[in-house]
Design a protein around this ligand. Structure first.
Ligand SMILES: Nc1ncnc2c1ncn2[C@@H]1O[C@H](COP(=O)(O)OP(=O)(O)OP(=O)(O)O)[C@@H](O)[C@H]1O
Ligand SMILES: Nc1ncnc2c1ncn2[C@@H]1O[C@H](COP(=O)(O)OP(=O)(O)OP(=O)(O)O)[C@@H](O)[C@H]1O
Ligand SMILES: [Mg+2]
Ligand SMILES: [Mg+2]
Lengths: 224, 224
């Protein structure tokens, strides 16, 4: 469902070149549960943003369902970002002026879902992540771990077939973190492909394959 | 050095009351290394902000070096915030338009340190957290864990006697996290009082006392 071919990404700051990915290749089949691990700054978020069609590589190819992303027009890309892929950002990226339930509804608005159905689905998802009693709080009125869970709920809104989560438990205590890991397991058992960047060994222990990056290259790619 | 007496904090959203702290009392001696733990949303960051003089309680008292914070004027409070207490926010709170080294210099500017000395001290601190080669990157040009480490470096700028860090290793891999724990240990061996909010058992294992919160109250307060 995801194929990455000799992906490179170099950031430019004025004349300074910052290589973040130096040639990464792998294939992910439908229904896999993969952890991406590696030291701080090794290129994990950069890789996730490129696979999730949120950024373009400097060179190399990304194929989603065997279609090269380069050949997709903007509408198709927006469709993938909104309906096919659920993305949980490392920095959450919630809209500050919307409440928790309105943030979770956002992907449903883009997908054209009506008001009643949207509100019901968003409330249900907040319940799944344990935040029913915080539905009307805006991000500044939530704790760090609560904001993270709203971001997780939002990524599930359109029942995506692929979930990409960048360090989804960094701000959670072990009990809340376990709830999220169980949620991800359940989604994966239902056939959803999971790609999780994590420093948390508990998540890595639940995944069936670990890709380790170092300095923008794959150090190891092992099935467990 | 820190005394907290029956601290309560209630947030108000319109007419809705959200109790975050419901009566917290404890004393911290100079040179202690304390972990504050508890479930997501139980009041840890709220407690840290009040002790760090970044927010006021609804009722109860905070005494720093035996002086009630309520009796301090704004200048004294600013002095405490800038020179006595090094604060690492859960959301980093770096200034987006400044580079990493300029962010670390900020407390030194407030303290009236000259340009040469400031630049040297800031570079030295970035070296301590392993980011010498990212000094000119702005926060948007840094990885999550790199931003977190810049925030840690900034908190050390004025050689504070008390360091308060809110989940300082949530975005770090185990090696980078270990470097930070060793750094905190070294600072504590030098006599600096450490109060660390964490979900990371490795940090808790290095501290000598664990205060556990639940629903805005102290569940346990145990020396190890
Ligand atoms: N400005 C606010 N307005 C309303 N409620 C708030 C506000 N800030 C925090 N809260 C609520 O107060 C409670 C405590 O928040 P706090 O940030 O202290 O939790 P925490 O223990 O740090 O959690 P985490 O581990 O997830 O960071 C939470 O339930 C949160 O929803
Ligand atoms: N916009 C940018 N401009 C310049 N350099 C960047 C930019 N974004 C990221 N970088 C650099 O690229 C490298 C990879 O960043 P990335 O965010 O992918 O790391 P990461 O593996 O996710 O790290 P972490 O675990 O700390 O989140 C880092 O060294 C970072 O400094
Ligand atoms: Mg990252
Ligand atoms: Mg917090």
């Amino acid at each position: 469902v995801v194929e990455v071919d000799n992906l490179k990404k170099t950031y430019y700051m004025g004349k300074v070149e910052v290589p973040a990915l130096c040639g990464v290749s792998f294939m992910i089949e439908k229904g896999e549960f993969i952890s991406i691990m590696g030291p701080s700054g090794c290129g994990k978020s950069t890789l996730m943003h490129i696979i999730g069609c949120l950024d373009r590589p400097t060179s190399g190819h990304v194929l989603l369902d065997e279609v090269d992303v380069d050949e997709l027009d903007d509408n198709s890309l927006a469709d993938i970002r909104n309906k096919k892929v659920g993305f949980v950002f490392q920095t959450f990226n919630l809209l500050p002026k919307l409440s928790a339930v309105e943030n979770v509804e956002l992907p449903l608005i883009y997908a054209g879902v009506g008001f009643e159905a949207r509100r019901q689905r968003a409330k249900e998802l907040l319940g799944v992540v344990g935040l029913s009693d915080r539905a009307n709080h805006r991000p500044s009125e939530l704790s760090g771990g609560q904001s993270q869970r709203v971001a997780i709920a939002r990524s599930l809104a359109n029942n995506p077939s692929l979930i990409m989560a960048d360090e989804p438990t960094g701000n959670l205590d072990s009990k809340s973190g376990e709830d999220i890991i169980n949620l991800f397991n359940e989604l994966n058992n239902g056939g959803i492909t999971m790609i999780i960047v994590t420093h948390d060994q508990d998540i890595a222990d639940h995944s069936k394959r670990i890709i380790r990056l170092k300095d923008g290259l794959i150090l190891s790619d092992q099935k467990r």
